[in-house]
Design a protein around this ligand. Structure first.
Ligand SMILES: [Zn+2]
Length: 318
């Protein structure tokens, strides 16, 4: 144990009304109130029913009962700020979130568990570390977060979001397998949308009563008919086919809606379309319309795929 020091305000030794000290593993003393801590944690509530040893006064601290914890001061600072009516800290480090979730489980501090569940869904955390969030959701039996995280893993080539995935070691083989199966299913569903038949159907070629935004709605350009081909009753310009090919390719690794609206996917088709000065403007507009509608189609289909959540059946403590 390193030499003790006082925690920053409002948990410092100036806090006269504090009636207990929580000392972290790195020797930081948090001057807190039994009443608040007991309300937050039934474990502490029960612990406080037993008299606690009083801290030694040789370091200049006021004598108060002291409880030694195994977690670091960084973790206790966050936990206490969540329990107290003070501004909540923003936590985005997955390592810290894991340590806080573990402490919250151990001491049954529901308000802290809740805050961490909310944190895991913040775009800053979820979108940046979907696989790690998925692993934590598995470890702590958080099915809604597991589903959201699994969906977000589609935004990146598989397991390429991190150099290291320290939480992965705590998942079961089944939970990992389920993530792989989910991804495979999403890839298959999305692949059916880029197959030319279905693509032209939703894109408006064969819809009774006329295209939605489609190819038939605008008469084909007379200047650049070269390269168009017929699909059903419609003439399809080559740049549209080019777009579908680019989209299909990017969807293999990242099967989600917004992936088909990115610049690298749109650019080759737009470059082709802009070669004709007669229809340039309309054609580029059509590509953008198609991309937006296509992205929505993809996301709608993905929304139908439910993630098979299995609760962690291992003994507690992992
Ligand atoms: Zn043209």
């Amino acid at each position: 144990m390193s030499a003790s020091s006082a925690a920053p305000a409002p948990f410092d030794d100036q806090n006269q009304s504090a009636d207990i000290i929580i000392r972290s593993s790195d020797g930081v003393c948090f001057y807190v109130h039994k009443l608040i801590i007991s309300q937050a944690s039934p474990i502490f509530h029960d612990m406080f029913l037993i008299p606690q040893p009083v801290s030694g006064d040789d370091e200049g601290f006021t004598k108060r009962p002291m409880v030694d914890m195994i977690e670091e001061s960084k973790i206790w600072d966050i936990i206490l700020r969540i329990c107290y009516p003070v501004p909540k800290p923003l936590v985005s480090c997955l390592h810290d979130i894991h340590a806080i979730l573990e402490a919250a489980r151990k001491y049954q501090i529901e308000v802290v568990s809740q805050e961490m569940r909310r944190t895991l869904l913040l775009p800053l955390v979820l979108e940046r570390h979907p696989c790690r969030v998925y692993a934590l959701a598995c470890i702590y039996n958080l099915p809604d977060i597991a589903q959201a995280a699994a969906r977000n893993t589609l935004h990146q080539p598989f397991l390429e979001d991190e150099a290291e995935l320290p939480e992965l070691v705590l998942m079961t083989g089944l939970q990992y397998h389920q993530l792989l199966q989910y991804r495979k299913k999403c890839q298959e569903v999305v692949a059916t949308l880029t197959a030319l038949g279905p693509f032209w159907t939703w894109a408006g070629c064969h819809i009774v009563g006329g295209p939605v935004f489609g190819f038939g709605a605008i008469p084909p350009c007379t200047q650049c008919t070269k390269g168009t081909s017929r699909v059903g009753a419609q003439k399809i310009p080559e740049f549209i086919k080019q777009y579908v090919r680019s989209a299909a390719k990017v969807l293999e690794d990242t099967p989600y809606g917004a992936a088909v609206c990115t610049r690298p996917v749109l650019e080759p088709a737009m470059t082709s379309a802009s070669r004709c000065d007669k229809c340039r403007e309309k054609s580029i507009g059509r590509i953008l319309d198609i991309a937006t509608t296509f992205a929505k189609q993809i996301d709608d289909r993905l929304n139908e795929i439910k993630f098979p959540v299995t609760r962690d059946v291992r003994p507690s403590g992992h």
